[in-house]
Structure formats: structure tokens, C-alpha cells
Design a binder for this molecule. Structure first.
Ligand code: NI
Length: 190
């Protein structure tokens, strides 16, 4: 089990357009396994390779996004080299979060339904449809592979508010880590 570090905004890697996957080999399977472990550890519904610093068009979505709680133990959906084949004209605005913006939630408008064409872990083509949270998660992760993040979809004011919250959260994390380090330094070494 390997839990990878999730890059936080504004890491510039998050703005990179990912390269297509061309080799469906053991290193790719290991990366997917590590991303699954990372997604589970962070309690995420989806994760894009971009977020862990891998320059590959690869994303994961938890089956929970499609089927809810009953799918908790089903295998994670692996989506490689995705293309958006169809989006519904109907849109839904709902709260959205991102592991690259821990504890920041914003209202984002997305198509209500989507169909994605992609390859699986063996390089075989397949299609997946998502509705509601399923569509939202797929489109959010496809965005990551194109260097797009959730705050790009909202108004200037919402973006400013989200960034302010994000900066405060990041500063709090740094302060907490410093405090922990200082306490560890004070502890008796026996
Ligand atoms: Ni995200």
C-alpha cells in the first residue's frame, strides 16, 4: 500500500495538460493501485493522475459516485485517455470539493449527464455514462487532466472567496505541522 502526496493548488503541475497513456504495463497497474490507496486514504470520490504529479491521462472514480452507498465495496472505475462523447444540455449546480483544495467547497454548474469514451487498464475501449454525482465526478477529473480546476468554473467573487478559504486552510496546515515538530523536539529522547 502506498499513499501518494496529493498536490495542492496552486502547484503548477495542476495546470498541465496530461499526456495520453501509451503503455498498459506493470508500472501503470502499480500507479493505479497507489492512486486507489491514496483516494481511499483521503476519502475522495475521484482522483486524477495530475493531482499526484503523474503526467498521464488517467483518472479514477469511486463507484459510490454512480451507485451510492451500496457500491462502497465495488472496484474503482479506471478511466484512461478519456474523451467527452456527449454532455446533456441540462445542467445542475451542486456543491463540489477537490483533494487539491482540502476543505473548500463551492457551488459548480455541470451537465446533469455525460458520456465518456475511454480505455480500461488493459487498453480496451469502453464507454461510461454518469448522472448527477457520477457526471460531476467524471467531468471534474477530466478537467484535471486538461489543467482545469473547479474554481475555473465559478464567478470572480466565488473564486476569490474559495481562494481565501484555501489559503487560510493551507496556512493552518503548515502551522499545525510546525507545532507538531516543535512538540516532538521537546519530547524526551530515551
Ligand atoms: Ni479535484
Amino acid at each position: 500500500m502506498a499513499v501518494l502526496e496529493v498536490l495542492a493548488y496552486p502547484n503548477e503541475f495542476l495546470r498541465k495538460k496530461a499526456q495520453p497513456v501509451t503503455r498498459f504495463d506493470e508500472p501503470l497497474r502499480t500507479l493505479v493501485k497507489d492512486m486507489e490507496d491514496t483516494m481511499a486514504a483521503e476519502d475522495g470520490v475521484g482522483l486524477a493522475a495530475t493531482q499526484i504529479g503523474a503526467d498521464l491521462q488517467l483518472l479514477l472514480v469511486h463507484p459510490y459516485a454512480f451507485k451510492g452507498d451500496e457500491a462502497r465495496d465495488e472496484p474503482v472505475l479506471v478511466v484512461i485517455n478519456p474523451e467527452v462523447a456527449w454532455e446533456s444540455p441540462e445542467r445542475i449546480t451542486a456543491e463540489e470539493g477537490c483533494l487539491s483544495f482540502p476543505d473548500v467547497f463551492i457551488q459548480v454548474s455541470r451537465p446533469a449527464k455525460v458520456r465518456i469514451r475511454a480505455l480500461d487498464l488493459e487498453g480496451r475501449p469502453f464507454e461510461v455514462e454518469g448522472e448527477g454525482l457520477g457526471a460531476r465526478a467524471l467531468l471534474h477529473e477530466v478537467d484535471h487532466l486538461n489543467g482545469v480546476v473547479m474554481i475555473d468554473h465559478v464567478s470572480f467573487l466565488s473564486r476569490q472567496r474559495a481562494l481565501k478559504k484555501h489559503q487560510k486552510n493551507q496556512a493552518d496546515l503548515v502551522a499545525a505541522a510546525k507545532k507538531k515538530k516543535a512538540e516532538a523536539a521537546k519530547a524526551p529522547k530515551v
